[in-house]
Design a protein around this ligand. Structure first.
Ligand SMILES: Cc1cc2nc3c(=O)[nH]c(=O)nc-3n(C[C@H](O)[C@H](O)[C@H](O)COP(=O)(O)OP(=O)(O)OC[C@H]3O[C@@H](n4cnc5c(N)ncnc54)[C@H](O)[C@@H]3O)c2cc1C
Length: 451
């Protein structure tokens, strides 16, 4: 098998320990598991041929984007061949008049926005890492802009997908809507490489707003900040971004990103629209914040100040890691209906207060989504057990509130144990039936999503 792949792909086949290790370790606390070899694909046909060869030999295949997922998604727990898609990084077409772009799966979100620079358009989905569009579709990713622009679920129009038997199919198209049969596009979004490998995708674009302004506002307590968020969302203010960082996260960000933010629970806001629309939204939100004890909005209207602010937000995860040098993060990612957010965060803060581990809390609260970064030494069993306990408690609480165990990171290995509790046996059985129908030999990223 190695000979066949090596013969077909030449120096795009790599079996060195260094390359395998690079593709077998993620940001999570799950133990590293390197693939047996890595193929650097450059075309849909490369992917299809690798899949066909692996199928003949009964060998697992694991797609790989930027490697930024955090739940053990691409770890080769059953061995196999990793298909690295980062060389498939061409923006195939930009249809400015239709507000869409077709890209290869290795294009990253920042790369796409750089290529859109002169078009007056942008792509809004922004996970903290500079992930690939293929990986983002495969994890149904979102980010700070989701409160206004939605997640990958709302923003992918169509795809090319290589199936487990090497067939190449198209799903969806470029039309903004379609009622033509089962929605296969949405089936592959969030399937984490377990149903097919995405080799091209068409995504929606948006006009760069005429006016943008960002602000930060500190609050006397997390409760007060969350109440301001809930009221903003319930009143239907179309904020583009509304992010919560607790005081510990702000302290970490100040140290890491050299900012001088007041070390208190803080909301980061961004408003998009016409100049008068932005002013109207901002005034309303400022009043709401003040009514919850929000202290002085600090505005960032110059593009470079806004970029610095949001880069600091995107770096919050790495900033938090520095609070405990040498630690790894055990991230949680629950999402609840907005009306339950204050209650969920309040109870979670009680868990945090009882713990001896530093646990910053931050998140995309406009969607009801927040993260804890439980900073542990993975070699310390007490800390691992403590992180597991907190994770369980937070997930159980979110599920009891009709929320989800993962708002955006996905299932990978880490969230499998919660799937039945969230969806019920019947729904998980349907997921198994879909997996069985599309990948009967269980060769596509085996052991992920479904155990
Ligand atoms: C600092 C930091 C901040 C983050 N912030 C966010 C956030 O705000 N929101 C959010 O949603 N996520 C966030 N994440 C998680 C991560 O960035 C996302 O899950 C992202 O979508 C992963 O994309 P990737 O290209 O890195 O995919 P990878 O990690 O390489 O792969 C992810 C999964 O998708 C599969 N896959 C990859 N490419 C394909 C393909 N072409 N076809 C089929 N399957 C494929 C892989 O097999 C794997 O199962 C963050 C991560 C970090 C480290």
């Amino acid at each position: 098998m190695a000979d066949a792949l090596s013969h077909r792909f030449g120096n795009r086949f790599a079996a060195s320990q260094a390359v395998r290790d690079l593709h077998g370790r993620d940001e999570s606390v799950h133990p590293a598991a390197a693939p047996d070899a890595v193929i650097f694909a450059e075309s849909t046909e490369d992917v299809a041929e690798t899949v066909r060869l692996c199928r003949e030999h009964g060998i697992p295949v694991i797609p790989f984007g930027a490697g930024s997922s955090v739940e053990g998604h691409f770890l080769a727990i059953h061995g196999g061949i990793c298909i690295d898609l980062t060389r498939m990084n061409r923006v195939v077409a930009i249809h400015a008049e239709d507000l869409d772009a077709t890209v290869q799966p290795g294009v990253t979100r920042k790369q796409l926005n750089a290529e859109l620079h002169d078009t007056g358009l942008f792509f809004p989905i922004d996970p903290g890492a500079d992930a690939t569009l293929g990986g983002m579709a495969a994890t149904r990713a979102s980010g700070t802009n989701a409160v206004r622009y939605g997640t990958m679920r709302e923003n992918v129009l169509g795809m090319t997908v290589v199936l487990a038997d090497g067939r190449i199919i198209r799903t969806g198209g470029r039309a903004k809507k379609s009622s033509a049969g089962y929605d296969l596009t949405r089936l592959f979004i969030g399937s984490e490489g377990t149903l097919g490998i995405i080799t091209e995708l068409t995504v929606k674009l948006y006009p760069v707003p005429e006016a943008i302004s960002s602000a930060v506002c500190a609050f006397p307590s997390v409760d007060a900040a969350v109440d301001a968020v809930i009221q903003t969302i319930q009143l239907g203010v179309p904020v583009a971004r509304i992010e919560l960082l607790d005081a510990l996260t702000i302290a970490a960000v100040n140290r890491y990103s050299k900012t001088t933010l007041k070390e208190a629970p803080t909301l980061f806001f961004e408003f998009h629209g016409s100049p008068s629309g932005v002013e109207e939204q901002a005034t309303l939100v400022q009043e709401l914040a003040a009514s919850h004890g929000g202290m002085d909005f600090e505005w960032a209207t110059r593009p470079e100040d806004r970029s610095r602010l949001w880069q600091a937000r995107h770096d919050a995860y790495f900033a938090c890691l520095q609070l405990k040098p040498g630690s790894r993060a055990f991230p949680t990612d629950v999402c609840v209906p907005i009306s339950r957010l204050a209650e969920c965060i309040r109870a979670t803060n009680e868990d945090i207060a009882r713990s001896t581990i530093p646990i910053p809390l931050f998140g995309h609260v406009g969607d009801g989504n927040f993260h804890l970064v439980v900073l542990i030494d993975p070699a310390n069993p007490q800390e691992v057990a403590e992180a597991e306990r907190i994770n369980h408690a937070v997930v159980e609480r979110a599920l009891a509130m009709e929320g989800t165990c993962t708002g955006e990171h996905g299932v990978g290995i880490g969230k499998q144990k919660f799937l039945v509790a969230e969806h019920g046996e019947g729904a998980v059985d349907v997921m198994r039936a879909l997996k069985q129908a599309l990948d009967p030999d269980n060769l596509l990223n085996p052991g992920k999503i479904l155990s």
